[in-house]
Design a protein around this ligand. Structure first.
Ligand code: SAM
Length: 301
């Protein structure tokens, strides 16, 4: 998948082999392996005045400056991206990062990961001339209900969240399925299906792109819970006791069924505590509902 990022701060995104977002972790690996490519475009290269101005005063008066449409139009033209009505568009999207956009989430990331190209336009100052959203962009996305000083951080968020969903970006295909907001199938916490047992493989299989673990890991139940729209379960590693707090005993029991059940319930409890809104749309089994009721959760009528 190809990503193009239009910005007035190209240095923000860094460079391979080890700078910024493109030089680290899963994104860096995806770029090196050819799964994805990222081109950064400096909007100032598409200006024609001595000061290379990309912004101007707002019509109607008021605070600050606004990014002008012309350099953005020319930058998109240089990428063979015509204004909207003439653009063929299949498999590609031009996204304006904006606090006024639709909220970006995991399902948007999944959709983007099916495309062959995404273009991210980073705003600055008071924002971008509205005709850019109307004529040149396919969608306007926000990464949350707060205002950033520029779209670069938001573009980095979209890039990372999308790249890790590209087939092959994470070593283990299930990694992105069985995590917070994942699409894992619902299972009953009382009668879970037999967990496929799988030794955690090479460091490249690691969802977070961590460094190599020289010790071979014991076989563990793979996909030990199903996220199905709730948050991930809590994770623990060594030491077994830390600042007086011990790892839940069940996790060292070797009983895969009990571990699966514990993880599902812990994920439900965490979702109830931190994101009860997700429970309204999550796929919940009867056992899940019973467990949540025991925690005092009553679904809204
Ligand atoms: N005047 C704008 C408003 O109130 O909505 C805020 C402009 S902000 C200071 C400058 C740029 O940061 C925006 O054009 C946009 O590209 C980016 N930005 C700010 N908040 C964002 C968010 N929550 N999500 C995505 N981009 C954001």
């Amino acid at each position: 998948m190809r990503f193009d990022i239009l910005t007035i701060f190209p240095e923000f995104f860094g460079a391979l082999p080890n700078q910024g977002i493109v030089g680290h972790g899963v994104v860096s690996r995806a770029l090196r392996s050819g799964l994805a490519s990222v081109q950064i475009h400096d909007l100032r290269n598409f200006t024609h005045d001595r000061h290379r101005s990309v912004d101007d005063r707002p019509f109607g008066g008021g605070e600050g400056m606004v990014l002008k449409p012309q350099p953005i139009y020319e930058a998109l033209n240089s990428l063979h991206l015509l204004p909207r009505p003439q653009r063929p568009g299949a498999g590609e999207t031009v996204i304006l990062l904006s606090a006024q956009g639709k909220r970006f989430n995991q399902s948007t990331a999944r959709r983007l990961a099916t495309l062959h190209r995404a273009v991210f336009l980073c705003g600055r100052y008071e924002g971008v001339d509205e005709r850019v959203a109307e004529l040149l962009c396919d969608e306007e996305l926000s990464i949350g209900d707060y205002v950033l000083s520029g779209g670069e951080l938001a573009a980095a968020v979209l890039l990372d969240a999308t790249v890790r969903l590209l087939p092959g970006a994470l070593g283990h295909a299930d990694s992105s399925r069985y995590e917070s907001f994942g699409e894992g199938e619902t299972t009953s916490s009382e009668t879970p299906p037999a967990a496929p047992v799988d030794a955690v493989a090479s460091p490249a299989d690691d969802a977070a792109g961590r460094e190599a673990d020289p010790e071979p890991r014991p076989a563990v139940p793979r996909s030990t819970h199903a996220s199905s729209g709730i948050l991930d379960y809590p994770h623990y590693t060594r030491p077994a006791k830390f600042l007086g707090l011990t790892v839940p005993e069940v996790l060292s029991s070797g009983d895969h069924l009990a571990i699966r059940r514990w993880r599902r319930q812990a994920a439900l409890a965490k979702t109830l505590a931190n994101r009860p809104d997700l429970l309204q749309t999550a796929e919940l089994s009867d056992d899940d509902r019973k467990y949540l009721a025991g925690l005092g959760y009553t679904p809204p009528a």
